[in-house]
Design a protein around this ligand. Structure first.
Ligand code: AP5
Ligand code: MG
Length: 192
């Protein structure tokens, strides 16, 4: 079993790179942003609650997100491993994930952190906003998402650094070049 966290600020390319990694390594994709957007679209009670936070560029409360993850792991008992995209986003979420995975005896193997400048993040998200239909892809909310990232999410990088699991990867350049760098890192700890 191989468990990978793809870490980075909003717009760093987590979703883009996840879909390529999943295909190559046959992992199950766990994107809390995607799960939450489905809940919002289906107008479930969870989605209605989460939407209030997402539309403001704020993180959804930990207990909501942690509950979602636990059921997602149970839904995929035969997966070769998981790629976590956009989760964990707080140290409390990282600790909860460690607890869940320790219980299953399959800890996180590596955390790949995409490094992208703030100007590039904003350019990418504003440009995506022109076609994505995502309620959080406008300049005001993008600024709040990045602020929320610095306040609550960047400490997660230190958490994994202290466990010697964090590897930083340059997240600017072509999608293919970044993908090759990510695969190089995966292959050093998980030879094909
Ligand atoms: P989430 O859906 O996770 O959004 P995010 O982290 O803000 O990040 P994005 O999905 O916008 O960016 P990405 O890194 O996936 O980049 P992408 O590949 O799309 O979360 C949304 C909200 O849900 C949060 O604000 C929060 O409210 C809530 N939430 C989710 N998870 C939560 C959690 N765990 N706890 C609490 N709340 C949670 O790329 C971005 C754009 O750039 C695309 O248009 C892409 O085509 C383009 N692009 C990608 N790579 C490149 C490249 N190399 N060069 C040029 N353009 C590129
Ligand atoms: Mg994403």
């Amino acid at each position: 079993m191989f468990n990978l966290v793809l870490f980075g600020p909003p717009g760093s390319g987590k979703g883009t790179q996840s879909s390529k990694i999943i295909e190559k390594y046959n992992l199950a994709h766990v994107s809390t942003g995607d799960i939450l957007r489905i809940e919002v679209a289906n107008e479930t009670p969870l989605g209605t609650e989460a939407k209030k936070f997402m539309d403001q560029g704020m993180l959804v409360p930990d207990e909501v997100v942690i509950g979602m993850i636990s059921s997602k792991l149970d839904e995929n008992p035969n997966a070769a491993g998981f790629i976590f995209d956009g989760f964990p986003r707080t140290v409390a979420q990282a600790q909860a994930l460690d607890n869940l995975l320790d219980f299953k005896n399959h800890p996180i193997n590596i955390v790949l952190s995409l490094i992208v400048s703030e100007d590039e993040l904003k350019t990418r998200l504003i440009s995506r906003g022109e076609s994505s239909g995502r309620s959080d892809d406008n300049e005001e909310v993008i600024t709040k998402r990045i602020k929320e990232y610095h306040a609550k999410t960047s400490p997660v990088a230190d958490y994994y650094k202290s466990k010697n699991k964090l590897v930083e990867v340059k997240g600017e350049g072509t999608v293919e070049t970044i993908f090759d760098s990510l695969c190089d890192e995966i292959d050093t700890i998980q030879p094909e």
